[in-house]
Design a protein around this ligand. Structure first.
Ligand SMILES: Cc1cc2nc3c(=O)[nH]c(=O)nc-3n(C[C@H](O)[C@H](O)[C@H](O)COP(=O)(O)O)c2cc1C
Length: 242
């Protein structure tokens, strides 16, 4: 099984998203998957220009000579696509969305009916592709992810992939702090590792496992109080007017 992971956090492997993504990848690799990781922070990917050259002039090929040229062939062969992102204004980060937009060379221009919708057939030979979302966010509640999950589910439908689940870590910054303080939260890491293993071995992730990954780590009021207490004080405004 081949998996491609795209991490859209500007903090890459030093970020809060990575805290869940890291063990998830470990679990996939331990179960025998070949996993390739791409980080948008170290990629040059320009916005889609919408001229459809990749459909009509050079089918399957985008004219833009940037890092999508490395990613697209990997995506064609991937059985699993993992989108990893911090929640940014109720969605994915801009750089990750740019990468997703640039995936249209993976589809053909013709329109077919799939289920009850118009779709573009995909290129490549991989059948039964699966998609997984990994995300974390600053606010406390799990439902902050609702709009992002709906979006990624829609992307999966568009790409004719099965949405295989979302590893969601609300109050992500608290998770980092609690790990640093050796608080009893390592069950979350174990569950993320287990999710990777389950995906490869069973083709799905148990909802109980996803529940542990997203479980409350501390009461909401306590989180709000601690977060506000630790907030760096804004620097005094200097008057730059002359
Ligand atoms: C531009 C921006 C937008 C954000 N929007 C949200 C949001 O809508 N909801 C939320 O709960 N957290 C939001 N956050 C907080 C991040 O999701 C949070 O800090 C996360 O832990 C960062 O993950 P990272 O370290 O992997 O980048 C936002 C942060 C930034 C910088």
């Amino acid at each position: 099984m081949k998996a491609v992971v795209i991490n859209g956090s500007p903090h890459g492997d030093k970020g809060n998203t990575q805290l869940i993504l890291g063990p998830f990848i470990e679990g996939m690799r331990a179960a025998g998957a070949e996993v390739k990781v791409f980080e948008t922070r170290s990629m040059t990917v320009r916005p889609c220009q919408g001229e459809y050259g990749c459909w009509f002039r050079t089918p399957g090929q985008c004219f833009q000579d940037d890092d999508m040229q490395k990613l697209l062939p990997e995506l064609l062969e991937a059985n699993v696509l993992v989108l990893a992102t911090p929640l940014y204004v109720d969605g994915m980060t801009g750089p990750l969305k740019m990468v997703v937009d640039r995936m249209i060379p993976l589809g053909e221009p013709t329109i077919v009916s799939r289920g009850d919708h118009c779709r573009h057939p995909g290129r490549g030979s991989v059948k039964d592709r699966k998609m997984v979302l990994v995300s974390n966010c600053g606010f406390w509640e799990l439902d902050n992810f609702d709009s992002l999950v709906a979006h990624v589910q829609a992307i999966a439908k568009n790409l004719d992939a099965e949405f295989a689940g979302a590893l969601l870590r609300p109050h992500g910054p608290a998770f980092k702090a609690m790990l640093d303080q050796r608080a009893p939260v390592t069950d979350v890491l174990d569950a993320a590792r287990d999710a990777g293993r389950q995906l490869v071995e069973q083709g799905s992730i148990a909802s109980q496992t996803l529940g542990v990954i997203g479980r409350p780590l501390l009461p909401r009021d306590m989180y709000v109080a601690i977060a506000n207490q630790k907030m760096p004080k804004p620097r005094k405004q200097t008057d730059n007017r002359q």
